[in-house]
Structures are given as C-alpha cells and as structure tokens.
Ligand binder design. Structure first.
Ligand code: SF4
Length: 392
C-alpha cells in the first residue's frame, strides 16, 4: 500500500471518480493507454473485464458459442488459447464472429503468434523472452505492428524463468517484476510499446506485492489477476481480496478472475468486484438481507430467483430486497426499487426510495421482475434521447 500512496502523492495517479462522499473516491494510477482492437485499455478508459474460453479452439462453433455467452455476461475482451496450428486455423472464423476483441494466448511457439496476428487477433498474449532468438521477437513484433495487435506480457509465479528462480531462491515480488521488466525490454528494443503486463501468482500476497512494485516502475496498463484462484466461492473470495485491494489502491486497467468455473461466471465475478468498488456499473445491483425469523417472505429463494430472472438486464439500477421493516425502509431509500417484507404476506414496494404500493407474496416475484424491466426500459429510453440530443 505504501507504493500506491507514494505514487498518489507524486501525481502519477488520477482521480476517476469525484463524489460528495470522498471516502468512496478511488484515485487511479495514470497508465499509458493502449488499444486492444477497438477497446481502449489504460489511461482513463473503464477497467475492462476479460475471461478465457475453455472449449477446443479448433472447434470454432463451440468456441464462438461460448464467446457469445461471455459477451452476454458483459465480457469486454476474450482470450482464446492457440496451442497448435489447428487452433490458429480456426481463429480467423472466431475473430470474425466475435463481437469483442479476441486475445490469442500463445506460449512458446512464436509461429502461432504470427498466425494468430494474421487471423485477426486484437492482442497476443506472449512472453517475448520465451520464444527464443531476437529475430523471432522481431518477427512477432513485425506481425503485431502489421496487424494492429497489442501484446500482453503475462508473468506467472508458476512459470518463472530458471535464472530468476536461482537468483531469488523462490518466486517473490522482485523476481516477478524483474521477469516483467526483462520481457518489456525486449519489446521496447524492437520499438514496440502497445503492451500491457500481468504479474500473476496464486498466492494473493505475492501477486499484490508484485503488482504494487511493478506499478511504480512502468507506465503501461496492468492486467490484474490472481491466477489459479480456485473454485467459484473460494476463488471469488481470493480474487476479490487480491484484485480488490489493487483496484482500491488505484492499480489495474483490465482484470480477469481465474476460477475453476464457467467463463461467464468469471465475468460476473469480475463485474461484481468492480461494482463493489464503484468503478463500473452493469445490470441490477441487488441489496438484500441474509434473512432471519423476522422475514415476511423467503428472502433467500426470492433473491436467487430474482438474480436469475434479471440477469438479462444490462442497464445499471439498484434493487433492495429486505425481509422486514428493521432495515428495509432504510435500504429502500437508497435504491431504485425496493421491497420490504410485511405481515400477513403483504409487502411494501418502494419506487425511487419512496413507499408506493403493496404486493402480495404470490404476485411478488413477477411484480418485481416487471418493475425492474420497466425501470431499465425507462432508463435506456432516457439515455437514447440524451444521445440523440447531444448529436443534434
Ligand atoms: S432485514 Fe429483517 S428479515 Fe432481514 S435480516 Fe434484518 S431483521 Fe431479519
């Protein structure tokens, strides 16, 4: 945290959100902006959420289907592994079909990078130090420049270079940062600057310390991740702590939550982290209580059903679902739509924080869904109108 504070004081950070509640402000590290296809990463661009397909890339149809689901969940960028020639052959069909930029994940075979760049990848995830000679790096850089690709350097504590492991004895922040700087230098030596960097580790302490250290030494955008974080619940908690701490300190321009779960879940968790920090909004932000003996309806089942039935809403709005009047009215005052449990199966509905009408238990679910859908449509119409006005 010291590093972040020092940078904030030196003016290398910028304020992205101003509010009348300064305790909510996050001052973002000012990185140099690059483009991943049409999506800006870094600078004052919104923090992007990415995930990675787990279908066989050579199966273009299955991969495109999965990308569609990730797009629906809100992914801004999608990474696709290219371990062999069959994969890069399928990649051009995939990049043409994808509505979001595709990042080709390459490990050691520089030829896959050349093929992926030609196949329409917007970014290559490749570590230039791993592909052999300087001529190969030059070839990859040439292909990236010719095709307008950016590059993502991905240092991982689990695959640190042997010489660094010998030098430091074990993966540590200094080793991860040195590895990143070595890879960066190779790109800079070839006059290539459209890159972003990750220094991931499955150990949250190690990853956070490495990112903090790297943030002081480079001006490129940083891709955040706690790698191999675990399953849906454990991995979400670990990622929220690691990625959340860095974002809160102003560090990070794009994130990937690595879970042993479907890629769409990674996207949802990524957005929830950003939403919790007020860095981005998307869809319905649900405020709900854990429920107790005072609940006027089954809060847990209601929230489960609402989250599923409202997952198609992309417009940011808030919904409070509280089981009784202990905290219900207070939370409802702060949300667009609120429901507070009452007695005899009769519950109070709040609109824009104000008590509006009652609803019976039997009708409650359908009623809230239709209220939220109507509110989303109203907000979307207002936004379309304001865009049209601005264009005139
Ligand atoms: S809001 Fe009411 S029902 Fe929900 S946890 Fe609090 S006291 Fe219990």
């Amino acid at each position: 945290m010291q590093a972040a504070i020092a940078l904030q004081q030196s003016g290398a950070y910028m304020r992205t959100m101003t509010s009348i509640r300064p305790w909510r402000d996050i001052t973002r590290r000012q990185s140099r902006q690059i483009m991943v296809g049409a999506v800006p990463v870094g600078g004052d661009a919104p923090i992007t959420v990415q995930t990675m397909t787990n279908t066989l890339t050579s199966d273009a149809v299955a991969t495109i289907d999965q990308i569609r689901r990730c797009e629906e969940a809100g992914a801004d960028l999608i990474r696709v592994s290219c371990p062999d020639e069959e994969s890069t052959k399928a990649l051009s069909q995939i990049t043409r079909a994808a509505r979001i930029p595709v990042i080709a994940d390459i490990h050691f075979h520089y030829k896959r990078a050349l093929e992926a760049a030609d196949a329409g990848a917007a970014c290559l995830r490749i570590n230039p130090g791993n592909i052999g000679s300087s001529e190969r790096v030059a070839e990859v850089v040439r292909a990236a420049k010719a095709n307008g690709c950016s590059i993502r350097i991905g240092v991982n504590a689990g695959s640190l270079e042997k010489d660094l492991l010998e030098k430091y004895g074990e993966p540590c922040p200094d080793a991860l940062v040195e590895s990143a700087l070595d890879h960066i230098k190779l790109l800079q030596d070839h006059d290539f600057h459209e890159y972003k960097v990750a220094v991931k580790a499955s150990d949250t302490f190690l990853a956070v310390a490495a990112y903090m250290q790297l943030a002081e030494q480079v001006d490129c955008p940083l891709h955040l991740g706690i790698t191999e974080a675990g399953g849906l619940i454990g991995g979400t908690v670990k990622s929220a702590i690691g990625i959340g701490n860095l974002l809160w300190a102003g560090i990070g321009d794009t994130i990937r939550v690595s879970l042993s779960a479907e890629p769409e879940e990674e996207v949802r968790v990524g957005f929830e982290i950003l939403k919790s920090l007020g860095l981005r909004t998307r869809g319905v932000r649900v405020v709900s209580c854990p429920s107790c003996a005072r609940q006027g309806f089954d809060v847990i089942r209601t929230v489960e059903a609402l989250e599923s039935r409202l997952s198609h809403i992309k417009t940011p709005l808030s919904l409070s679902v509280l089981g009784c009047v202990v905290n219900g009215p207070g939370e409802a005052r702060e949300t667009d739509i609120g429901i507070t449990g009452g007695g005899n199966g009769k519950h109070m509905v709040y609109l824009s924080g104000v008590t509006d009408h009652h609803v019976q238990s039997a009708d409650m679910l359908d009623h809230i869904v239709s209220l939220v859908e109507a509110k989303a449509a109203e907000l979307e119409a207002a936004e379309t109108a304001s865009h049209a006005e601005a264009a005139e």
